[in-house]
Each structure stands twice: as C-alpha cells, then as structure tokens.
Design a protein around this ligand. Structure first.
Ligand code: FHN
Length: 428
C-alpha cells in the first residue's frame, strides 16, 4: 500500500497556479548566477587544478580534519548589496546559491545540525539570510542548491559511489534518519527565508538505487511553498514533481558531457549551467577563464534551445567575487543592455541552434542570431511561416534575402557582422 501511495503521490503532481506562473517567469528570466560558496573556499583548491568544492573527497580528508576548516572561514568582506548589484548589472534575474554542498556544511543557521556557518565559524552570521533580504530589496529571486549527497552525516549509509569511505564515519547508520534530517533542513530553507525561487537538487547520482523517498520530499516542498520550483541534476528525464530540467555544461540534447545522459528534453522549463573557468568552487590556480564572447554565445545557444543560462562563480573566502568574474559579468551585462530584447522573454526559435547560430522567438518576431559567420551569405532552412520583413536588429535596415530550395538565403554584408552576434529580426 505504501509503495502504491508513493506511486500515486509521485504521479499525482499537478503544479499549483503560482508554480505555473513562476515557470513562465523563469523562462522569461533567461540568465542567472550560480554560486558555489562554502568552507572549501578556504583551501582554494589546495594548489591543484580541478579541485575546489570536492577537495574533501579528492584529498580524502577525514571529517576530523575537515571540521577544522570552518574556524578559518570568516568572510568579513561579504557584502550582499555588492553581490546583488553585480548580478543586476550583469543582466541576471536570479541567483542559485549552495545552502549545503556535498561536504554537509550548512551555509545558513540550521537548528538540526550545528555544522553550520553560524555555530562553527568566527563570522557567525547567516549569509543566506543576508543575501535573501538583499534579493528581496532589489527584486532578484533566490534559489537554494541543496546536495542530497552528504560526506559528513553519519546516517548517510550505506555510503555512495563517491570513493571509498575516507571520512572516518562508522560503517553503520540509519538511512531513513538521514532522509528525515535532509527533509528537516529543507523545511528550514522553505520556512525561514520567505518566498524562494526553488530548490536545485544535486547528488542523488551518488546512490542511484537508494530509497530517496523523493515523493515525500517533493511533496514537502510543494506543500510548504507551492510556487517553489524543483530541479534535480543529472537525470535522463525529470522525475514527477520536478518543475524544471537542468543540463550541466551541456546544451540541451548535445550531451557532450556524457555523464549527464540528458538525451530526453522534457517540455518543462530548461536550464543549462556552466562555470566561468573550470571550477565550481573557488580555485586559486584555475585561471583558464572562458571569454565573455564565448559565454555570451553559449547563452545565445541556450536561449535558442529555450533554456536559461546559469553561470557560476566561486566566491573567495573573504566573501568577494573574483575580479575576473566581475569583469566578465559586466561585459555580458553591457551586451544584454543592447541586445537583451532578443533573449529575455523569448522562447526557442523555429530553427535548432547549430554551428552558425540560433533562433529565438517572441510573438511574431523571430530573432536570427548569427554567431561568428565568415561567409556573407547564410542559408537557413525554410521558415514555415510567411515572412513579412527582415531587418538588422542594430539599425532596422532591411536585410537582402532570396528564396532557395532549402529555405532562405540571407545576405550579411561584412560591415554588418559584429564579433559576437549579428541579430536579424524576421517579422512573420
Ligand atoms: O558534484 C557537483 C559539483 O560539485 C557541482 O555542484 C556541480 C554543479 O552542477 N554538480 C555536481 C557535479 O555534476
């Protein structure tokens, strides 16, 4: 009966009206900041590339040692108003911040565990509360990332895939007690911070066959905040109860990562996340920053798939966002100030993104994004609608085009090509 009830609960989800409204908002928003911030920032990657928020696991640091880190985490330069101002100048509409990552350390004032920023750091304040208050003040939505995988909690047992058990925990534990603990922390996050954008789950992949009691957790979230959107990382297809589908480092359906296995694209709102260098958390050595041009073009292609772009920063232990990331975000913000009409509020266009670019659509306007085209002619497959007019976005001047058997051929004179994205407006 219990299984049957669970199954019923699982397939019985129909989003509340406020959830459906938030899904529309989400798809219009298009661009958000992902923040990976925790006590691991103190280690700054330990001098190795590719190590940051995973340092506890990659360096096999037992809990007894890792628990020394919070004493060095004192972000006295953390200024939520500065962070939110950067987000707004970047043209971002929301923030998704780690409330608890795999190391189990809560970046908020949790009452169910003293392994948190208020009880165990010299800083002693709840950064999520400060950030949420500032987001509310400045009209930015806040989502909480929550890791189901936990390298610290004794009842996360049997251990998962992530390496042999290096933590020093006893080889025993009550799995259901861990799920109860997780649901209690989620209740704190959905009760003590006002209306949140949603919960961004990660880490279930560590124990794919475990009884995660997901229906119960999703029901809890939707009961506490019907409008809160649930997303969960690394699924072939979303589970019932999820309100958006995410793609890590992959454009929807491209599956270059392999690890993502997101062959199926659902009809839920979509989001793709990516780092500005190679690390999610702060890594002192990782200076292979992606160019702002590359990131703008990724954002355009994501929009061409109808997906949001969640771009990540790993703040430093002092609470500042890396200057290299701020510079990039300012360039992206200036670009969006000029071309945002072709991104915000759009949905995917009639032609799937490909190497020449992408299309987005808003009402009877199709935006053709030509990225880095060399040749002066661009043939795009037939638009199955009557074309009324084609103009260049930047000055409204007419675009020469002719019909071809495959579709239309656009003439793009060299003086019209910009370095990032030549946008045409097709009125249908
Ligand atoms: O293991 C995590 C990783 O630390 C990071 O949080 C990314 C962000 O999408 N998700 C997992 C790796 O896929």
């Amino acid at each position: 009966l219990l299984l049957a009830m669970n199954t019923v609960a699982q397939t019985d989800y129909s989003p509340a009206p406020e959830n459906l409204k938030n899904r529309e908002w989400f798809q219009d928003a298009k661009f958000g900041l992902f923040v990976h911030w925790g006590v691991y920032a103190v280690m700054a990657g330990g001098g190795d590339q590719g190590v940051a928020e995973w340092i506890m696991n990659q360096k096999q640091i037992p809990i007894e040692q890792y628990e020394k880190l919070p004493a060095f985490f004192n972000p006295t330069s953390f200024d939520p108003a500065e962070w939110v101002a950067i987000v707004k100048k970047a043209g971002m509409q929301y923030i998704t911040i780690t409330s608890k990552h795999h190391d189990g350390f809560a970046m908020y004032d949790s009452k169910v565990s003293d392994y948190n920023i208020v009880d165990q750091t010299p800083y002693g304040k709840d950064v999520l509360k400060q950030l949420k208050d500032e987001c509310d003040k400045q009209g930015i939505k806040l989502f909480f990332y929550y890791s189901q995988l936990d390298w610290h909690h004794p009842d996360y047992f049997p251990r998962g895939r992530t390496g042999k058990d290096f933590t020093g925990r006893p080889q025993s534990g009550d799995w259901n007690k861990y799920i109860d603990y997780m649901n209690t922390q989620l209740t704190e996050l959905l009760t003590n911070y006002g209306e949140i954008g949603g919960i961004w789950f990660d880490g279930m992949w560590d124990k794919p066959d475990a009884e995660w009691r997901l229906e119960e957790t999703y029901q809890l979230i939707h009961d506490l905040q019907p409008g809160a959107m649930i997303g969960s990382n690394h699924h072939i297809a979303p589970f019932p109860g999820e309100d958006f589908q995410m793609f890590e480092r992959d454009l929807p359906g491209e599956n270059t990562m392999g690890f993502n296995k997101t062959e199926t694209i659902s009809d839920l709102p979509l989001e793709m996340c990516e780092t500005m260098n190679g690390s999610w958390g702060f890594n002192l050595k990782d200076n292979n920053y992606k160019s702002s041009k590359q990131l703008i073009q990724t954002m355009v292609k994501a929009a061409g798939h109808g997906a949001n772009f969640l771009l990540n920063t790993g703040p430093m232990p002092n609470g500042k966002i890396q200057p290299e990331n701020v510079d990039t975000l300012m360039v992206m913000g200036r670009w969006l100030k000029q071309y945002g009409e072709a991104i915000y509020g759009t949905r995917k266009g009639p032609i799937r993104p490909s190497e020449w670019g992408a299309t987005t659509q808003k009402g009877n306007i199709i935006y053709v994004h030509v990225l880095d085209l060399e040749q002066e002619q661009l043939e795009i497959p037939a638009l199955d609608r009557k074309i009324k007019k084609i103009t260049f976005f930047d000055d409204g001047s007419k675009v020469k085009f002719k019909k071809s058997e495959k579709g239309i051929v656009l003439e793009i004179p060299s003086e019209k090509k910009n370095t990032i994205d030549t946008i045409l407006k097709i009125e249908i």
